[in-house]
Design a protein around this ligand. Structure first.
Ligand SMILES: Nc1ncnc2c1ncn2[C@@H]1O[C@H](COP(=O)(O)OP(=O)(O)OP(=O)(O)O)[C@@H](O)[C@H]1O
Ligand SMILES: O=C([O-])CC(=O)C(=O)O
Ligand SMILES: [Ca+2]
Ligand SMILES: [Mn+2]
Length: 665
């Protein structure tokens, strides 16, 4: 270095006396510990040095696409990019104008990665020629960004975005902190109408095709008006034969990262060959629906159109709408292929024994399927087909309220860089989360990729289930902590889908409220519950699975008197189901519900196994038990007229498997 400097000196300023910079040191003693200077002339150049281009995922020409229009014709990089953007422009097209928007990949103000004009007429039915300003505007697309990029986007432009001390991205979902089932609409159209469950008890509230288009147009215009939109192209279902391609178009980095975590992430090669999605979500949740629009009963509307293969979200930013909207889609598509879709968690023992965990929200699917001794296949949505089970999702969505490292170590450790933490409260300085704080909502959640659980089973598939565990959080405290079910009882409880929650405690209400939700997830099913129940019975019988009813709720009395079942006890019960020991136990039968209760479970105090032994007030126990039985009967009336799978004997058997008691006594 110093000798070069000296030479420069000499050649630059001839005639002057050479200055001795060695200060008498000999050149073999190097005292210069400085590093070479930066290779940039200005800050812009310096910044451009910092970031380098991603390596192409596939060496060009080595691709051998299977099937599809492009088979055999290797495409250039530019051609691939152009087709991808054209596809996004088509997705974002207004149906009343001639063309999709001019799509630019990359942020506004930055050198675009690629762009395409939406001039190609894609829809011959377009009704109006467009000469509006919106047709002149570019739509900037941030396509399948990485978690780090999405963090930066969120921190830059979304209020309420913070990095917690564990590295998770804390976000706010806005005014809605849970789903809005009353605002869900399903388009009644000829391709699916006759397959769907409509009317009393059904989650499918009808909407006509024209109104759907009005909301779709509202969402598309809103999204195209933004500075930038996020687009995720991902998959559903780990069963490669039944994989569904989904595209999610959203306005927030929060939504893009949430879906990045919750859906299956394509490899770069798979993304290049993605092509046209099978289903598209338009999440314009920051923008309300127009209440003058037919069928709108609030500012929120979540609309599914099976014919168009689209979903539109207006007026709610709660990300769970997207997750569960796609689940509804699977509840339609999969049964049509003879595959049962399930609102269940799923894990597998080292010996390959698979267990399913059914249950309504908050009953323990995520908590109990995440088990350090077993492989996690998935925590919430699965398919059961001829080859076994497969997870629909690529991530988990865990409740965080009162989360502790001791009780739920794997979930605790999964909350790190990349995880979306919704609506949690944290210290303003240390950014440490207080999981007990319900200031924003009680429904605080963490969404993380499934590989954040160390013993995840990837790919998330497994053999046919050996155990089917129905979870109920019985706040009445009358159901036993565990009982073994007959097949008709399994169907009865599956169709009932019982849990009990405790309504808002702040106004002094301490009465539990029973909730019945068919198939342990009525909000998501598309067809009649008996359709799913018949498929479950058939599969359980064929593969010899045993069903169990596990009460993760109250013991020793109802809410207010008794207490919630210790998670440690529930875990012991679940262990005994998995290891087969409970199958060998001795059983006694309960009154009214006729449930078969083991007399002993390793690690669980025997007094709590029969609920009436744990209640001090025996009369109160009997009264409460009858009250709950009455609620079950009242609810089941809705299904009594249906024949399960066309087999009326099964229906009779199922009816008889419910609680039996004399109201008067
Ligand atoms: N005995 C118990 N068994 C299971 N969970 C318990 C028990 N006692 C307390 N809990 C708590 O109940 C909650 C169960 O929630 P979990 O996230 O597992 O629900 P989920 O069934 O997955 O619901 P969702 O479908 O909404 O995700 C957790 O917060 C867990 O810590
Ligand atoms: O959908 C949600 O918001 C949470 C969930 O898993 C459920 O309710 O079953
Ligand atoms: Ca869950
Ligand atoms: Mn769920």
């Amino acid at each position: 270095m110093s000798s070069t400097g000296a030479e420069l000196h000499v050649s630059g300023l001839q005639g002057l006396t050479k200055i001795d910079t060695t200060m008498g040191r000999t050149s073999d003693v190097c005292a210069d510990d400085s590093v070479p200077t930066v290779r940039a002339q200005n800050l812009d150049e310096l910044h451009s040095l910092q970031v380098k281009k991603s390596a192409p995922s596939t060496p060009r020409g080595s691709l051998t696409p299977k099937g599809g229009a492009t088979a055999g014709t290797p495409r250039s990089d530019e051609e691939r990019q152009r087709q991808q953007l054209q596809s996004i422009s088509t997705s974002l097209a207004s149906l009343t104008r001639e063309s999709g928007p001019q799509v630019v990949r990359g942020e506004p103000g930055k050198v675009p990665i690629a762009s395409v004009t939406g001039r190609a007429a894609y829809d011959p039915r377009a009704r109006f020629q467009d000469t509006s300003d919106s047709a002149l505007k570019f739509t900037h697309v941030l396509y399948n960004l990485s978690p780090a990029e999405l963090y930066e986007q969120a921190l830059k432009s979304e209020k309420g975005s913070y990095i917690t001390s564990a590295g998770a991205l804390a976000t706010l979902s806005g005014a809605k902190t849970g789903r809005s089932p009353k605002d869900k609409r399903v388009v009644s159209e000829e391709s699916s109408r006759d397959d769907l469950w409509w009317g009393k008890g059904s989650p499918n509230i009808e909407m006509d095709e024209e109104t759907f288009l009005v909301n779709r147009e509202r969402a598309v215009d809103y999204l195209n008006s933004l500075d930038k939109v996020f687009v995720n192209d991902q998959f559903l279902n780990w069963d490669p034969e039944n994989r569904i391609k989904v595209r999610i178009i959203s306005a927030r980095a929060y939504h893009s990262l949430f879906m990045h975590n919750m859906c299956i992430r394509p490899t770069p090669e798979e993304l290049e060959e993605f092509g046209t999605p099978d289903f598209t979500i338009y999440n314009a949740g920051k923008f309300p629906c127009n209440r003058y629009t037919h069928y709108m009963t609030s500012s929120t509307s979540v609309d599914v159109n099976l014919k168009r293969k689209e979903m539109v979200i207006l007026g709610t930013q709660y990300a769970g709408e997207m997750k569960k909207g796609l689940f509804s889609l699977m509840h339609y598509l999969m049964p049509k292929r003879g595959i049962l879709s399930l609102h269940s968690g799923c894990n597998m023992g080292k010996a390959g024994d698979v267990a399913l965990f059914f249950g309504l929200s908050g009953t323990g699917k995520t908590t109990l399927s995440t088990d350090q001794n077993r492989l996690l296949i998935g925590d919430d949505e699965h398919c059961w087909g001829d080859g076994g089970v497969s997870n629909i999702e690529g991530g988990c969505y865990a409740k965080c309220i009162d989360l502790s490292k001791e009780r739920e170590p794997d979930i605790w450790d999964a909350i790190k860089f990349g995880t979306v933490l919704e609506n949690v409260v944290f210290d303003e300085h240390t950014r440490e989360v207080d999981y007990s704080d319900k200031s924003v909502t009680e429904n605080t959640r963490a969404a993380y990729p499934i590989e954040f659980i160390p013993n995840a089973k990837i790919p998330c598939v497994g053999p046919h289930p050996r155990n089917v565990i129905l979870l109920a959080c019985d706040a009445f405290g009358v159901l036993p902590p565990v009982s073994k079910l007959t097949l008709p009882q399994t169907m009865y409880h599956f169709i009932s889908g019982y849990t009990a929650i405790v309504a808002g405690t702040e106004d002094g209400v301490t009465e539990p409220t029973a909730t019945f939700s068919a198939c342990f997830g009525a909000a998501f099913i598309m067809m009649h519950p008996t359709k799913y129940a018949a498929m479950l019975a058939e599969k359980m019988q064929k593969h010899g699975a045993t069903a169990w009813l596990v009460n993760t709720g109250w013991s020793g009395g109802s809410y207010g008197v008794g207490s919630r079942m210790k998670l440690a006890y529930t875990r012991r019960i679940i262990d005994a189901i998995h290891d087969g020991s409970l199958l060998e136990a001795e059983y006694t039968e309960t009154p009214i519900f006729s449930l078969h209760v083991p007399t002993a479970v390793d690690g669980v105090p025997s007094e709590i196994l029969m609920p009436e032994n744990s209640w001090k007030d025996k009369q109160a126990y009997t009264d409460t038990l009858k009250k709950l039985a009455g609620l079950f009967q009242k609810n089941f009336c809705n299904f009594a007229d249906y024949e399960v799978g066309g087999d009326s004997n099964l229906t009779q058997e199922i009816l008889q498997a419910g609680p039996v008691f004399d109201q008067a006594s």
